[in-house]
Design a protein around this ligand. Structure first.
Ligand SMILES: [Zn+2]
Length: 77
């Protein structure tokens, strides 16, 4: 993984307990999103649901995806 946040353009962001690789990666409708913890929680980069119109940060969208499909991301055991 490049460990490069696409939003704040930080390479190798400092790992955190929630983001041990520095960034997280998710795929939504074929688009790849890589983001660090601060961008993942930044409302500026929220997704808006086309169904409900609700806003969700990338971290929230990713959490929903993980719980919906119940899979482990690469690197997690
Ligand atoms: Zn970032």
């Amino acid at each position: 993984m490049a460990n490069h946040c696409s939003y704040c353009d930080t390479r190798r962001p400092t790992p955190t307990p929630e983001y041990p690789d520095g960034t997280k990666l998710m795929i939504v409708q074929g688009e790849w999103y890589e983001f660090c913890e601060s961008c993942g929680n930044d409302p500026q980069y929220s997704f808006i649901s086309s169904v409900t119109g609700e806003k969700a940060t990338m971290a929230e969208v990713l959490a929903d995806l993980e719980s919906a499909v119940n899979v482990s991301l690469e690197g997690e055991s």
